[in-house]
Design a protein. Structure first.
Length: 326
């Protein structure tokens, strides 16, 4: 009977290589891609011919709970890497019986990430997730005691690797030899490692406004805190303007400059007063190509209303609102 295993697939190179190494030993691999709000990947578009079945599992609600107060803290930004790994591994363990899997494959490399891939952290993740020796890390397996898959002879330990450290050169060479040519760059993954995004997320948590709707907005536009319970999002280009329209929910306010001027679509979310509408109109003017005009028209409406209200405002400068920019 063929041995089955689950491989955690992030879309990055390491996880793909780990899965391929074990697949090449005759193990039937099912890939598990855990979707979180900060790192979304469309596998059907990115990896149409990955060579293995991929199951996508949404961790959105669990991850929102985790991000509020991770047990093992954050990395250099808002990345709770250890807690994230524990959550994913424990979820993967729960999927094993239903999928007939004997063990779990992960692409972690010893020493590659300072917070979550040192030896102590890797051991902690393995224990806290409950996986124990069901977990196999093929890329650095030689640094760890044999896993269940090795002890049972399902995979050959001598074909596993001893990668260590932050260099990507061995992985790139291995990818070429295995025919793995399509993968994300190391910097192309989780938004929680990005300093600018982390700053906005930290501010969102500070005001107790963390929810799925606000997270979608957090990924686009310039954000201004215009009240204790009110924020303004200003689109930076046509694509973001369209996304702001898409992400608007009931009771939000949408705002646009007059149609003959190039400018942003803006969104006000939270408790909105007349004073904040005026302030938002002024900020809208600051990011509009006003052609040296002294005054412009700004239109706004409350979602889901369709009738716009006109507001005339004196053109302002971006520097006037720098203190409000998150």
């Amino acid at each position: 009977m063929k041995i089955r295993a689950l491989a955690l697939i992030s879309g990055g190179l390491d996880s793909l290589l780990a899965a391929k190494l074990i697949q090449n030993q005759g193990i039937e691999i099912t890939g598990i891609h855990f979707k979180i709000p900060f790192c979304k990947l469309n596998f059907k578009e990115k990896y149409p011919e990955i060579g293995m079945k991929i199951i996508e599992v949404d961790l959105g609600k669990d991850f929102l709970c985790l991000i509020r107060k991770p047990r093992y803290g954050f990395g250099s930004n808002m990345n709770p890497c250890i807690d994230c790994k524990i959550l994913m591994f424990s979820k993967a363990k729960g999927l094993m019986p239903g999928l007939g899997a004997r063990f779990i494959v992960s692409g972690e490399v010893l020493g590659q990430r300072p917070m979550s891939q040192n030896k102590q952290a890797l051991k902690l993740i393995q224990e806290r997730s409950g996986l124990g020796d069901f977990l196999l890390r093929p890329l650095s397996a030689q640094f760890f005691p044999p896993s269940l898959a090795e002890k049972e002879g399902w995979v050959k330990r001598e074909k596993l690797l001893n990668l260590n450290g932050r260099s990507r050169t061995p992985q790139v060479k291995l990818a070429e030899s295995l025919g793995v040519l399509n993968y994300l760059t190391p910097a192309g993954g989780c938004l929680l490692t990005d300093p600018c995004f982390s700053k906005k997320l930290r501010e969102l948590l500070l005001h107790n406004e963390l929810n799925s709707d606000n997270l979608e907005l957090l990924k686009i536009g310039r954000h201004f805190r215009i009240g204790e319970r009110t924020r303004l999002v200003v689109g930076r280009d046509e694509k973001e303007n369209n996304l702001i329209l898409k992400f608007a929910v009931r009771k939000d306010y949408l705002m646009f400059p007059q149609s003959d001027l190039a400018g942003p679509t803006c969104l006000i979310r939270g408790a909105v007063t007349r004073k904040q509408v005026l302030l938002s109109s002024q900020i809208t003017s600051a990011y509009t190509d006003v052609h040296s005009l002294k005054e412009i028209k700004v239109f706004y409406r409350k979602v889901p209303e369709t009738k716009d209200t006109l507001q005339k405002v004196a053109c302002a400068a971006k520097k006037d609102f720098a203190r409000l920019l998150i």
